[in-house]
Design a protein around this ligand. Structure first.
Ligand SMILES: Nc1nc2c(ncn2[C@@H]2O[C@H](COP(=O)(O)OP(=O)(O)O)[C@@H](O)[C@H]2O)c(=O)[nH]1
Ligand SMILES: [Mg+2]
Length: 651
């Protein structure tokens, strides 16, 4: 048993590399995998009987130097290209197989196009069946291959003659595979894990098992996982890596996961295993789309077959800045998928013509949760351009800017990064004054430009309000919040309370606004009255004051003014707010001097007796019942008196 640290180093040094075969049917792909690994990748009964590969086959080989290669053997037949596509998504290296007796054929081209479109960066060419031809034919095929791969990622790749029958050339081939394996960038472990499912089956005594090539991250035994887009959560009962039981599966490894409590038929190829609750399945994607030079022009809104990782669905291609896409060209597009799936920015995909089904292009996902764009809506192009060109930090900034108010969960599902990484990048953006982190710990991410826009809108709204309501001191917070909408006049979205309070705080600190309790106003803004209004205000006050406790009705007072009813009402409100007048009930308003006198009267009365009833109250005030009862109730509320049966105690 090795010490823990050492075994970890050794484990970390192990390289897991996935090699995909590619090439025309009958060119010896499966035979070569068998000759290299000792495992026949044609595992289905029908495959063995018919001698052709129908579905993906798997085998692995240790190449020494800590390199383990997992082979994904794909079918060459044109009818099974969709199965080929489910396998090729996760490969690091391609082994392009060309039979020496046939040279380059249609699926050699199609498979190679697919590898290019998927951004495969490394590989080799195996010239197979060399035992069937003369050496000069091999040289001829080599020349044809050189021509064929010119200008591609395989331009400088080795083309190695080999025979699965005699075993000749196998050793140099293994050597080259090892060299390439040590060169490639391993799949990232520091991302949330994603396992695109390529098979789901029942194993006697174990239950449902799903398999795939782990694209990113790591899966731990006994952890909880979610099957997207099924939204089913299950616990991992067991893991196998390259057919051996394991505690953990790491990015790049051929992985089988045992999921109890699930029926194999509930799960299908194309679904994804990932951490629970962090991703969101989406039905539309914004992308960079490339059309192959020999494809037909692609019309706007064309329907295509869409393949990404192991999934496959129909999609409508909405072009954003042009009418159609000529062969060999490239553009931004929105793909509307028939079935939603989990896709991350940077994911590569393939499109195939609706009918007849041939590979016509592919591309890269740029935005996995875009809004639905109108046909030829080019306004989104600058965003897609920035997403395509930027690094993770720049992309994150774009997403925050575009979201308005971004949540951590939203940023995780839109980037495919771990929450800790999103936090690290957003903190860097915050210290560069690009975005604001609100909440502690940060829960809301807002771009400074968005914040600035909202601040301008807020001030704008306050200005409008003050202009329209010179007689009102300010606007209640909630009113102001709903008026400070982002997203344009047709779709105003009020900022959240958290963001709105941050805006108030910032603007108050800048001395632009005053916040008093629930009321917000522009700094230094006072109620503005014309001389006419000033006079009317005094007139109202006097009208109540001179009548003492036998007050007139408010409508009667307001009707006598020379200004309009609406402004008169506001002046009355101001007097009430300033406590010059007090409302005793819905109909009765008193001047504060009259109420003061009444309280004095009761204080004097208390010197004789602290008890009083309605009759006595009417007597000493000279008031009718109409005024007496509401006033007594008012005095109770003011704690000047307290009701005690039919009497009141003067306090
Ligand atoms: N003579 C000879 N035949 C081969 C060699 N490799 C494959 N074959 C034969 O070619 C046929 C197709 O091989 P297979 O591996 O199934 O081709 P695939 O469709 O590309 O997977 C089979 O009959 C194989 O036995 C080889 O190196 N030499
Ligand atoms: Mg085969």
């Amino acid at each position: 048993m090795l010490p823990l640290g050492l075994s970890r180093i050794i484990k970390d040094q192990m390289r897991y590399v996935t090699v995909g075969t590619a090439g025309h049917i009958d060119h010896g792909k499966s035979a070569l995998v068998l000759a290299l690994t000792g495992t026949d990748p044609d595992r289905l009964e029908e495959e063995k009987r018919r001698g052709i590969t129908i579905d993906l086959g798997f085998a692995h080989l240790d190449l020494g130097e800590g390199v383990r290669v997992g082979f994904i053997d794909v079918p060459g037949h044109e009818r099974f290209v969709r199965n080929m596509l489910a396998g090729v998504g996760g490969i690091d290296l391609v082994m392009l197989v060309v039979a020496a007796d046939e040279s380059i054929k249609p699926q050699t081209r199609e498979h190679f196009d697919i590898c290019k479109l998927l951004g495969v960066r490394h590989g080799l060419v195996a010239i197979t069946k060399t035992d069937l031809v003369d050496p000069d034919i091999i040289e001829l095929v080599r020349l044809e291959i050189q021509e064929f791969v010119r200008g591609s990622f395989l331009e400088t790749a080795a083309a190695l003659p080999v025979s699965a029958r005699t075993g000749e050339g196998l050793e140099p081939l293994k050597h080259e595979l090892q060299r390439l394996a040590l060169m490639i960038t391993p799949k990232p472990e520091d991302l949330p894990f994603r396992l695109p499912i390529d098979r789901a089956f029942v194993m006697k005594g174990f239950g449902t098992v799903v398999t795939g090539t782990l694209l990113a991250g790591r899966i731990e035994k006994d952890s909880e996982v979610e099957i997207y887009p099924l939204a089913r959560r299950v616990r991992v009962r067991g893991i196998e890596v390259h057919n051996a039981a394991a505690q953990t599966a790491l990015a790049g490894q051929r992985t089988a996961v045992n999921l109890p409590g699930l029926e194999a038929k509930e799960i299908s190829r194309g679904m994804i295993l990932a951490p629970p609750g962090i991703f969101q399945a989406t039905g539309q994607l914004d992308c960079r789309l490339n059309l192959l030079p020999d494809a037909r022009p692609l019309k706007n809104c064309a329907r295509v077959h869409f393949h990404c990782h192991t999934s496959e669905t129909l999609a409508e291609v909405v072009l954003l800045d042009r009418k159609d896409l000529p062969p060999g060209s490239s553009a931004f597009a929105q793909l509307r998928l028939s079935e939603p799936g989990v896709f991350m920015p940077g994911d590569r995909f393939i499109i195939r013509q609706f009918s007849p089904v041939t590979t016509i292009g592919g591309g890269t996902v740029l935005d996995n949760q875009p809004e639905r764009h109108r046909v030829r809506d080019s306004s989104v192009v600058p965003l897609l351009d920035a997403l395509e060109k930027g690094d993770s930090q720049a992309r994150l900034e774009c997403l925050v800017r575009q979201t308005g108010e971004a949540l951590l969960s939203g940023l995780v599902s839109r980037t495919g990064l771990l929450p800790a990484e999103v936090l690290r990048l957003t903190r860097a953006l915050a210290s560069a004054n690009r975005i604001l982190l609100l909440g502690q710990p940060p829960e809301l991410f807002v771009h400074v430009e968005h914040f600035q826009e909202l601040a301008t809108k807020l001030i704008d709204q306050l200005e409008k309000f003050h202009a329209a309501n010179p007689l009102v001191a300010g606007l209640p917070k909630e009113d102001l919040r709903s008026r400070t909408g982002a997203g344009g006049p047709l779709r105003p979205v009020a900022p959240s309370t958290l963001l709105f309070n941050a805006l108030l705080h910032a603007l108050a600190a800048q001395g632009k606004i005053d916040v008093q309790g629930e009321t917000v106003r522009l700094a230094g803004r006072k109620i503005q009255m014309t001389p006419e209004e000033q006079a009317a205000k005094e007139q109202i006050s006097e009208a109540f004051e001179k009548r003492g406790l036998e007050v007139p009705s408010p409508p009667e007072v307001l009707a006598k003014l020379r200004i309009d009813r609406l402004r008169a009402e506001k002046l009355l409100q101001i007097l009430l707010r300033e406590n010059v007048l007090s409302k005793v009930n819905e109909e009765l308003i008193f001047h504060r001097s009259a109420l003061r006198k009444l309280k004095d009267l009761l204080a004097r009365r208390k010197a004789r007796s602290n008890r009083i009833n309605v009759t006595v109250f009417k007597e000493i005030t000279g008031l009718s019942r109409k005024y007496a009862i509401p006033l007594l109730e008012y005095l109770d509320r003011e704690h000047v008196t307290r009701r005690d049966g039919d009497e009141r105690i003067i306090l």
